[in-house]
Design a protein around this ligand. Structure first.
Ligand code: DQA
Length: 143
């Protein structure tokens, strides 16, 4: 089973960026958590982070036909990127959108999740654990 893990803008700064909201763990530690959770399972991750909308769209295109599932945190693009929504809609596998923080508890500008319209499931507010839950959900669909 192949899973792409896509993190959008500013998530490369995890650990340094608003730690009271996103925690003190880094993106590298987050990816390590997923690798550890997948031990003993036949899973290959493709990790990708970009601050650019076009690069995220291009990467989602590469996922078509080559991975079974996508775990995506589009960061701020979640709230307005129709381009990422359309790319996710073109993807033929399962999609889980993850938000580290509970966006619904925050400013109103974060309450609308445009990209989540293409997702099979959405997780918000569970910190890094949200990615692990997303992984186990995808695993349950394909095992
Ligand atoms: C986020 C929430 C977004 O509103 C914000 O722009 C992010 C991170 C989260 O993981 O909680 O960059 O997607």
């Amino acid at each position: 089973m192949k899973i792409a893990v896509i993190n959008g803008p500013n998530l490369n700064l995890l650990g340094r960026r608003e730690p009271e909201i996103y925690g003190s763990g880094t993106l590298e530690e987050l990816e390590k958590m997923l690798i550890e959770a997948s031990e003993g399972k036949n899973v290959e991750f493709k990790f990708f982070q970009s601050n650019s909308e076009g690069e995220i769209v291009d990467f989602i295109h590469q996922c078509i036909g080559s991975v079974d599932g996508i775990i995506i945190n589009p960061g701020a693009y979640s709230h307005y990127s129709i381009a990422i929504l359309d790319a996710l809609r073109a993807f033929d596998g399962k999609i889980v959108e993850v938000h580290i923080s509970n966006v619904f508890k925050r400013e109103e500008i974060r309450h609308s999740l445009i990209t989540a319209r293409a997702a099979d499931a959405v997780i918000a507010g569970m910190g890094f654990e949200g990615y692990v839950f997303a992984f186990f959900y995808l695993l349950s669909l394909f095992e």
